[in-house]
Design a protein around this ligand. Structure first.
Ligand SMILES: NC(=O)C1=CN([C@@H]2O[C@H](COP(=O)(O)OP(=O)(O)OC[C@H]3O[C@@H](n4cnc5c(N)ncnc54)[C@H](O)[C@@H]3O)[C@@H](O)[C@H]2O)C=CC1
Ligand SMILES: CC(=O)C(=O)O
Ligand SMILES: [Mg+2]
Length: 558
């Protein structure tokens, strides 16, 4: 077979650089100037026309996964066009580029693979971290944000090895579409430490490291090296951690949170968006925050991250710290967690109950159940972060409704196949009393003549604004005060009191909502003394910083 030689016809670089490529959007003058003469059909389309054509092509795809793949290919060809399509149809396309379809794309990564996006760092080649980042050819001032994942706990679907790069890509797409974070200044990273999923290890097409997950000192050293290298090469970058396993997620944040500008979305972002939903619910339900009683079903990264933030909110509302901690009950695989539960993890310990307190509770030998706990405790809030579909049964919801006037029920597990209860069932079983939020987009529910809009308590409603505020303020870290400010800003955008009203703002308004959240975060960063930039008008600074999907000269596209 003939080898390609140096005489192979070249594709002009600008057509293969998604950040600069405009395809048929290049004007004749631009084509001449950029060496594209004769390399495109004669017609010149405006960005709006290109976006309409791309949207039509998208509609022709036969499944959500095919739409995700189509959009990723567009992303790799022309980022401005990709983001124009995404922002024009944000509510419709968020579930395609992000939760829940991104879960499928991750599972299918090695099979659907077209071309790489991001930086792939391997635990087998730790010396290459700096070299890999250097290939980006970006300077110390050029990066605002890096999202990394080691993919041990992707959404609710577990360990997906190198496919986890797509959660970093998806999270970054949302940062840009929802909050205008500049896509030229972000980097998705896969931290490939191996995988424990047999099916991947045996799959001949699997593209990641073909060995079990490396744990212990070698893992910690790899993470530390990543943090050191990323933050010394890109000192302004916010380092977002996504979908790590529970013990690593927490340990990394606790160990390094004071030294690096780290944000863990599954703990902090999820905690803050759930706090926002709870703040809205408290307005409706009338029970003050300091008196809330929270049962967490699924006491992992997200569940305990949320518990911590709700406990802190109770303390700020006047409860003593011990008291507030005692108003949280954690349930995991062994049932209600008590101090004598074996295998209790360190972050669960503060909430473990005294065994004498629950000695008289029903225990079938398999532990104290969710239903028994709800009956005994009469909680005001029930949280699901377990990945166990259907765990919130009719009996559980009815017991919640008997115990409190307006129960707050939050089945937050993703994707759809993992949700603890369907919102329509929760509304029906609670006779319209429950205040509900879930992790994925769901249509409104009709019950007894009322239309219930179901809030999407997904961290995507909060982290883009939080990240933008962190970038605009140049905050040296993400403080609890910034998280609280973000939660309050999100909650402040809704009036949850009207019948059937949502607890959180709609995704349709995400760009505006993120701007409001980012402004509050900038102000909090200044107040907390961590801002390195202190704009006189935070709102104006945020809006000016928001990247728009338009071509070069910034003029609106036809
Ligand atoms: N809505 C949102 O914004 C977010 C939702 N999540 C969702 O929350 C879920 C959990 O995620 P992570 O906390 O990251 O995972 P994780 O693995 O850290 O936590 C899950 C916990 O549920 C427990 N669990 C499993 N089966 C159980 C059972 N039968 N009974 C009681 N507990 C059980 C596990 O032992 C573990 O402690 C996922 O579905 C994820 O998609 C996570 C982050 C954000
Ligand atoms: C939304 C998200 O971060 C998760 O489900 O893991
Ligand atoms: Mg996550």
């Amino acid at each position: 077979m003939a080898e390609h030689t140096a005489r192979t016809p070249a594709t002009p670089g600008v057509l293969t650089d998604p950040l600069r490529n405009r395809g048929a959007g290049f004007t004749q003058a631009e084509r001449d100037e950029l060496g594209l003469t004769g390399r495109l059909p004669s017609g010149v389309l405006g960005l709006g026309q290109q976006a309409r054509r791309a949207y039509q092509q998208l509609q022709a795809q036969g499944s959500d996964l095919a739409k995700n793949v189509y959009l990723e290919q567009l992303h790799d060809r022309n980022e401005t066009l990709y983001f124009r399509v995404l922002t024009d149809h944000l509510a419709e396309l968020l579930p395609i580029v992000y939760d829940p379809t991104v879960g499928e794309a991750i599972e299918r990564y090695s099979h659907e693979y077209r071309r790489p996006r991001g930086v792939f760092l391997s635990i087998d080649r730790p010396d290459d971290i700096g070299k890999a980042f250097a290939t980006l050819q970006l300077g110390p001032e050029d990066v605002d944000l890096i999202v990394c994942s080691d993919a041990e706990q992707i959404l609710g679907i577990g360990d997906w090895g190198v496919g986890g790069i797509q959660i970093a890509v998806g999270k970054l797409a949302v940062y840009t579409a929802a909050a205008g974070v500049d896509p030229a200044r972000v980097v998705p990273v896969s931290l490939d430490v191996g995988t424990d999923r047999e099916a991947l290890l045996k799959d001949p097409l699997y593209l990641g490291n073909r060995h079990p997950r490396v744990r212990g000192a070698a893992y910690d050293a790899f993470i530390e090296r990543y943090l050191r290298t990323a933050s010394s090469m890109f000192p302004r970058a916010l380092l977002h951690f996504e979908d790590f396993g529970p013990s690593n997620a927490r340990r990394i944040l606790v160990t390094h949170g004071d030294d690096y500008r780290i944000f863990n979305d599954d703990m902090q972002g999820t905690g803050a968006i759930t706090l926002a939903a709870a703040l809205s619910a408290v307005e409706v339900g009338g029970v003050p925050m300091r008196e809330q009683k929270l049962v967490v079903f699924g006491a992992g990264t997200a569940g305990v991250g949320i518990a911590d933030q709700l406990r802190d909110a109770m303390v700020r509302d006047g409860a003593g710290r011990r008291q507030a901690t005692a108003q949280v009950w954690l349930i995991d695989k062994p049932g209600l967690l008590t101090r004598d539960t074996s295998g209790l993890r360190d972050f669960q310990q503060p909430y473990a109950r005294d065994p004498s307190e629950v000695a008289g509770w029903a225990n079938d030998g398999g532990g104290i159940s969710l239903l028994e706990t709800v009956k005994q405790v009469q909680p005001t809030i029930l949280l699901g972060t377990s990945t166990v579909q259907g765990a919130f049964t009719r009996e559980v919801v009815e017991a919640m409704t008997e115990g409190t006037e307006r129960p707050v029920i939050l089945p937050l597990s993703n994707p759809t196949s993992r949700i603890e209860a369907r919102p329509a069932d929760v509304i029906a079983w609670s006779r319209g009393k429950a205040l509900v939020a879930v992790g994925i987009p769901v249509p409104p529910v009709e019950h007894d003549g009322v239309t219930y809009r179901i809030a999407q308590a997904n961290n995507a409603l909060l982290y883009p604004g939080l990240g933008l505020g962190t970038i605009v303020s140049g905050a040296s870290k993400v403080t609890d005060g910034m998280l609280l400010a973000a939660a309050r800003a999100v909650a402040g955008q809704v009036d949850a009191g009207a019948p059937g009203a949502s607890l959180l703002p709609p995704v349709e308004n995400l760009r505006e909502s993120s701007a409001i959240t980012a402004t509050a975060v900038v102000e909090a960063a200044v107040d907390e003394g961590v801002a390195t930039r202190k704009p006189a008008d935070a709102g104006q600074a945020v809006r000016q910083a928001m990247w728009e999907p338009v071509y070069g000269d910034g003029s609106p596209a036809p």
